[in-house]
Structure formats: C-alpha cells, structure tokens
Design a binder for this molecule. Structure first.
Ligand code: MLT
Ligand code: ZN
Length: 477
C-alpha cells in the first residue's frame, strides 16, 4: 500500500460501520476484487467493505467525504472498462454491494420489481418469471453481474433491440450520494415531468456520482411464442438486408438479431464446452435471429419460417437451422454469448465496443478491416455483436504465433485506426461497455469542450470532496 493510503485507525473506523465479519483486508481475499475480467487493470486497495443496508452505505460515504477517502463501488466485477477496479495508488477502498442482494418487491399488476443494488441479474429475471413476468435485460454475465452495476454502466446486452438498454428498463432509483445523503427516488411512474431527471444522471455514471442501492425496474409480459434460428449468410451486407426484412415482417416481435463471423464460430467450437458447428457447412457470417410473440406460439413459428423463406428466395440466406427445442434455442444463444470468452485462448485481443447507424455497419466493417490489416498483417478480426442495435464488438485477435504482449502493446494504436472510422460514420466509441478508465482520455479528446465542462461541473456538484470512483469517466483538473 502506498504511504498516502488511509491510516490503520481510519480503516478501523470504516470497518466498525459494517462489522469486522464483513470486511476483507487479507491480500489473498482482496485479490479477485483488484483485477477485472480482461486483465487490463490491476488495482491496489487496503480494504473491501460489504455494507448490509443503505444506511451503512450512507455512513461509509459520509466518513469517506469527511476524511477525503476515495471509494470504488463494486458489484459483480464484470465491467469491461476498469470502472470497478481500484486505482494503483493504494488509497481506494472498495464498497461491495454483494450482501445487499434482495428482491424487495414484485408487483405484476403495476409491472414493476424493486431490487437492492446488489441483486444478481439472474435473480431479478427469476423473480420476474415467478410472478409471470419478464425482466428482459440479458447479458452473458447475468449469473454474476448485479443490478446496481448494470444501471451504473447502462448495460446493453442481447435484448436491447426490443426492450432498450438498462436505462429504458428503470423507473426509479435509490442512491447514496458521496456526502452520505440518501436520495429516495424509488418512483414507479411512467410519466413524471418534474424538473431535471436525476435518475438518468446516475444511470451510466459508473459510480462516479453516488452508489445505486435500490431500483424500481420495469417488467413485461412473458412471450407466448419464442423461436430462435441461425442463418448462414455471405456478408454483413446480406445480414443487414435480412435484418431489414426481419424488422418489416416481425415488427416488435423481433427480439434479437446478432451477427457472428466464421472465425468467431470456429473459436467457440474449438474452445467452449459443448458448442457445435451450427450448420452442416461453414459460412462466412452467421445471424442469430430471435422472435418472441405475445399472441400465440404459431405466430412466432410462421414469422421465422416466412423470414427464412424470404431470405432464401432473395439469396440472402445460404443455410439455416430453426431450434426445435428450448435446449437447442439455449445452445444457439450459448454459442453467441461465449464468443467473447472463446477469444481468450487465441491470445491477445484488442477490443472495440462501437456503434454506428445500423445501415452503415457493412461499410464500417469494410473500411476498418482494410485499415487494420494494413497496420497489423495477419490480424484475425472477430467482429460480432448486436447488429440490430448497430453495436459491433470489433475485436481483433493477434496473428497466429505473434507475441501476446507485443500485440497488446498496440492497443491504443489500433484504437486510433478504428475509432476515427466509427466517428466519421456518426458512431460511438463506447456503445454499451462504458468509459471507466479505458476510454476516459479518449472521451475527453472527442467530446466538445462544452460537453466535457458540463460533465465536470456535474461531477463537482454531486461529489465536492472528489471521493466517488475518482478518475473514472472524467478526471478533474
Ligand atoms: C457481448 O455482447 O458478448 C459482450 O458485450 C462483448 C464482450 O464480452 O466483449
Ligand atoms: Zn455486447
């Protein structure tokens, strides 16, 4: 620990708030909380606190503000941009919401569910299902990510096309401010035009403005019909044209439209347990199509068949499979969701979580591929993602046999090739993973001075002592 870190007496005062049983101090216990899944950031912290209530979070933040102690909120530790990782200096205390994991209430008539910030996403989904409702947020990490983190990062996932991202799924919040004050904004209203939208400021703020300790979430009817198909296509352009037909044919029943390259499918078949090649022969690209209907199962069946027929007739679909059981549907989705993990055994992967207007995806990919391959000959481009949202995970695996560290050292250089192409297409350099530490400086470079100034003024207004997840998203001069 850095000598500027909190003194032992101060650490004891923090520990007393939650009780010594709910504190981690041992380096071995702390270790998993100091790294994130991509291994890009390794932080240092003397202590992790596990409060059991909103009042305990409040007491922690009050003491932190009074003593100038930096705090890093952490939920499932599944973030992708280092927002949840303490800094390397050793003075940040981690506040984990893992004990605050209750589903407080489910109201299927009002279609709302109220949860603690530390509730695991899969538990929220299950509680909704038990009440005959759907909570549609769906992510590869849903078994471990927690709703406060999903809200703080405005997580996207695979159901955004139909239901929106986490921001659209939230009606109200309870937040502990950096000063320790508690904002009870647990409102359940679809209509509430009463001044500035504080809720939307906390969503996507990545824990820099406060800690989300509770949320009112929107529920939806459970679909009656559900169909999942995988179609082999020749190009992103054909995939886009198939998407256009799917939108026209299915309207709001189109609940997922994902794109995968052959190389990504090969990675999953090679490295992920139980994943099989989905079609009898290889295809350059694959689309995963998900349809959910509210009237009858037959409608979903008719839609998927009509779409594939149209796709075959128009020469867009080369081969396709419709899942004939829930297990097969899950297997197709499992393949898509494990695409990220399947890249790890292939060595270093330089990532871009980008979005462009959906109609520009093919042109973006063509231009980016050309530029990247010129700079890194032999790079294996594994661009996959949520085509329907215009969100591509433009990931680049190292050339076979290349030195991993040497390849990863080119991360910024490669970003500097891809991101300008994204921006020129009117896109975003962070579609769904956020800013955290990874893209903080880039954000400041691409956003206008007025936007950055407004963000810094908001940060200072909420966190005058500068203790909330410092140097994430925006840094203050
Ligand atoms: C996904 O859609 O699979 C994730 O957002 C991408 C990732 O894990 O890198
Ligand atoms: Zn994604």
């Amino acid at each position: 620990m850095d000598i500027s870190g909190p003194k032992p007496e101060l650490l004891d005062r923090f520990a007393a708030i939650v009780g010594e049983n709910h504190v981690l101090r041992d380096p071995e216990d702390l270790a998993p909380h100091l790294v994130e899944g991509r291994g890009l950031y390794h932080g240092v912290s003397p202590m992790l606190l596990k409060p059991g209530s909103t009042e305990e979070v409040s007491a922690i933040l009050k003491l932190a503000s009074e003593t100038g102690t930096p705090i890093v909120p952490q939920t499932g530790n599944t973030g992708m941009v280092g927002g949840q990782t303490p800094r390397a200096g050793g003075s940040d205390l981690i506040v984990s919401l893992e004990r605050m994991n209750r589903i407080r209430e489910v109201d299927p008539v009002a279609n709302v569910l109220v949860a603690d910030g530390g509730a695991i996403l899969a538990d929220v989904q299950k509680a909704a299902e038990a009440a005959g409702r759907l909570f549609p947020l769906s992510l590869g990490s849903e078994g471990s990510c927690r709703i406060g983190g999903n809200l703080s990062t405005n997580a996207g996932g695979t159901a955004v096309l139909a239901y929106g991202n986490t921001r659209q799924l939230c009606l109200g919040l309870e937040v502990v401010l950096p000063t320790g004050e508690i904002w009870d904004g647990l409102r359940r209203l679809k209509k509430d035009n009463t001044g500035y939208d504080l809720r939307d400021l906390f969503i996507g703020a990545e824990g820099t403005l406060g800690i989300i300790t509770g949320a009112v979430l929107k529920l939806f009817p459970q679909p009656v019909g559900h169909q999942v198909a995988m179609a082999g296509v020749n190009s992103p352009d054909d995939a886009l044209r198939l998407f256009e037909r799917a939108s026209n044919l299915c309207g709001t029943a189109l609940t997922g439209f994902e794109l995968m390259p052959r190389i990504g499918v090969e990675f999953t078949v090679r490295h992920m347990e139980g994943v099989r090649d989905p079609l009898s022969g290889p295809h350059p690209w694959y689309t995963l199509i998900d349809i959910s209907t509210s009237d009858s199962p037959e409608t979903a069946e008719r839609m998927i068949q009509a779409l594939l027929e149209q796709g075959f007739e128009a020469g867009l679909v080369q081969d396709a499979v419709i899942a004939s059981s829930v297990a097969q549907q899950n297997a197709l989705w499992h393949m898509r969701e494990s695409m990220s993990d399947a890249q790890k055994p292939e060595g270093g992967s330089i990532k871009h979580d980008v979005s462009v207007p959906v109609s520009k995806i093919p042109a973006f990919m063509t231009e980016a591929d050309k530029a990247v391959l010129e700079a890194v000959p032999g790079a294996r481009i594994c661009a996959f993602g949520h085509l329907g949202d215009g969100n591509i995970h433009y990931n680049i695996s190292q050339p076979v046999g290349a030195d991993k560290a040497g390849f990863l050292a080119r991360w910024r250089e490669v970003n500097a090739i891809v991101h300008p192409i994204v921006l020129a297409a009117g896109g975003s350099i962070s579609a769904e993973h956020g800013i955290g530490q990874l893209k903080r400086d880039e954000l400041a470079a691409i956003r206008s001075p007025i936007e950055m100034d407004l963000m810094r003024r908001i940060k200072k207004a909420f966190d005058p002592a500068g203790i909330m997840n410092p140097e994430k998203v925006v840094s203050l001069p």
